[in-house]
Design a binder for this molecule. Structure first.
Ligand code: FES
Length: 289
C-alpha cells in the first residue's frame, strides 16, 4: 500500500475568501489493497480496502475520488466521487457500498481481492453532530442510504440515538439496514412494492417521531421528494437538518467549478461547489437534485 504525500491537495484550491474547517487534515492519493468486493444483492457490491493510516481520518459524509478500472478496455477519463460507507480503524480498512450503473462503477465491480486500487481523499465536508442532539432521524433512499450509513457509527460513538427510515423499491434492495441495526439504530423499512414508501406514509412516521420527542435533527440523502418533506417538517417544527448532495465531479477538490449547484442562503440564491463546500449542506439551503 503506497501513499503519495499531497497534504496540500485540498488547501491549494482555496481562494482568499475561503475558510477551511479542517486546515490540518491530511488529504492524499493512496494505492490501496482490495480485500474483498462482493455482491450484497443483484444491484449493489461492497468493496473493502486496506488503506494507509491517513485515509482512516475520513468521517461520515466525506468522500474519496476513485480511479476506477475500465470495464471494457476503453479509457475511463475521470475519477468517480464516492462517499465512505464505513471506516474500520482497527482493521485499517475503508469500505464502499455502490450500485453498478455507469462505466466507473462497472469497472469497480471487476476489482478482486489482491488488486491495487487508487483512491484520493478524504474530501469535502461531512456530517456533524451537535452536542445537544440526543435523538436523530435518518431518512434515505436507494444508494443514498450508503452515504447515510456511517452516521450510525458517528452517532454510536457520541451516545446519540438513531431512527433510520430506509426507503427502497423493494425489500431485496434495502441498503445498510444491518449496519444501522448492528450499531443500535432503530430502523423502519418502507418500500414501493407495498406502497409503504409513499410521501404521506413517510410524513406519518416523521410526525410520530417529532411528537414523541425523538427528532432533534434530520439527515437525508438520495431523494428530492424526501428532502422536500424533511425541509417542510424541519421548518414547521424548528428541527435542524443536513443533506448529502450527489453531483458529477471532475477535480473533486474545489478547483474546476464543474460541481456547482444552487443553494438558497437566507433567501438569496447562491452557487456552491458540492465537492468543496459539501457534499453535506444545511438541509434548509438545498434547492434539490
Ligand atoms: Fe471541481 Fe468540484 S469537482 S470544483
Amino acid at each position: 500500500m503506497r501513499y503519495e504525500d499531497c497534504d496540500k491537495y485540498t488547501n491549494s484550491a482555496l481562494r482568499p475568501d475561503d475558510t477551511d474547517t479542517y486546515p490540518q487534515r491530511l488529504v492524499g492519493e493512496f494505492i490501496t489493497n482490495v480485500i474483498s468486493n462482493e455482491w450484497v444483492n443483484k444491484e449493489y457490491k461492497h468493496l473493502v480496502l486496506e488503506v494507509h493510516d491517513h485515509a482512516l481520518t475520513a468521517y461520515a459524509g466525506q468522500m474519496f475520488h476513485l480511479l476506477c478500472p475500465s470495464p471494457d478496455g476503453a479509457e475511463v477519463w475521470m475519477r468517480r466521487p464516492m462517499s465512505v460507507y464505513r471506516v474500520n480503524k482497527p482493521a485499517k480498512q475503508i469500505e464502499f457500498l455502490y450500485k453498478l450503473e455507469g462505466r466507473g462503477t462497472r469497472g469497480m465491480g471487476l476489482l478482486a481481492a489482491g488488486d491495487e486500487f487508487n483512491i484520493a481523499g478524504p474530501l469535502g465536508q461531512g456530517f456533524k453532530l451537535e452536542k445537544s442532539w440526543k435523538n436523530i432521524v435518518v431518512l434515505g433512499r436507494g444508494v443514498g442510504l450508503a452515504t447515510l450509513a456511517p452516521l450510525s457509527q458517528l452517532a454510536a460513538e457520541n451516545g446519540v440515538n438513531v431512527t433510520a427510515i430506509l426507503s427502497a423499491r423493494h425489500r431485496d434492495v434495502v441498503m445498510s439496514r444491518d449496519l444501522f441495526e448492528g450499531l443500535g439504530a432503530k430502523t423502519i423499512t418502507l418500500v414501493d412494492s407495498d406502497g409503504s414508501s409513499s410521501v404521506e406514509n413517510v410524513e406519518k412516521e416523521l410526525t410520530g417521531l417529532i411528537s414523541r420527542g425523538e427528532a432533534d435533527a434530520f439527515f437525508t440523502c438520495g431523494s428530492s421528494r424526501l428532502l422536500k418533506l424533511m425541509q417542510a417538517l424541519g421548518k414547521a417544527h424548528n428541527i435542524p437538518g443536513q443533506v448529502a448532495m450527489e453531483q458529477n465531479m471532475v477535480c473533486g477538490f474545489g478547483a474546476c467549478y464543474v460541481c456547482m449547484r444552487t443553494f438558497n442562503v437566507n433567501g438569496e440564491l447562491t452557487l456552491k461547489r458540492v465537492c468543496r463546500d459539501g457534499p453535506v449542506f444545511n438541509m434548509q439551503e438545498a434547492v434539490g437534485w
